[in-house]
Write a new protein. Structure first.
Length: 178
């Protein structure tokens, strides 16, 4: 839940104060990159998506009626931009396997192996796992981004964890009994 100072920033932007929008961008930059990264699997593309989302958000600020919903509203814009970018990359043949190589160096072999296994999941499972475990978003934050109930987020996470565990067993990352 945003604090009152954040709501004041949103209201100031709606009155035309671009400096306040810069402050909001600073507050939301890292979470938005995380959301875009969960879709695109490429850190630089995620940053591009965030810039586009901020531009669209600024243009659409007048349509935001509830200032306390700014974070979820911006997250949905960012996710939509990232999804469009991912579709365009697939259509253009530039996304052979976005998740096969690390966009950022992993600290160890286990991190690389988990990343490869994540790449074998369906997009919706990978997205929710990245939002939760790489980006440390709460169930409520994920629910706002994906437009789901927190209970649905919980269920999807449970299923995605089981699927990831299966992929990790098949890939030999963990033993079958684990």
């Amino acid at each position: 839940m945003p604090d009152s100072s954040e709501a004041h920033l949103v209201e100031a932007v709606q009155r035309g104060d671009l400096g306040s929008f810069g402050e909001l961008c600073g507050l939301y930059y890292k979470p938005m990159v995380a959301i875009a990264y969960s879709v695109l699997g490429d850190h630089q593309l995620a940053e591009d998506a965030v810039q586009e989302a901020f531009a669209r958000g600024l243009r659409g600020m007048h349509s935001l009626r509830r200032t306390e919903c700014f974070g979820g509203w911006l997250a949905r814009i960012c996710r939509n931009v990232a999804v469009r970018m991912a579709k365009a990359r697939r259509r253009d043949g530039n996304a052979a396997d976005m998740w096969s190589l690390p966009a950022r160096p992993e600290k160890d072999e286990v991190g690389l192996a988990v990343r490869r296994c994540l790449g074998r999941l369906k997009a919706r499972d990978r997205e929710i796992m990245v939002l939760k475990y790489y980006d440390n978003l709460s169930h409520d934050q994920i629910a706002a981004v994906l437009r789901l109930s927190p209970a649905a987020v919980h269920g999807r996470l449970q299923r995605a964890r089981r699927r990831l565990a299966g992929v990790m067993r098949r890939e030999g990352v963990v033993e079958s009994g684990s």
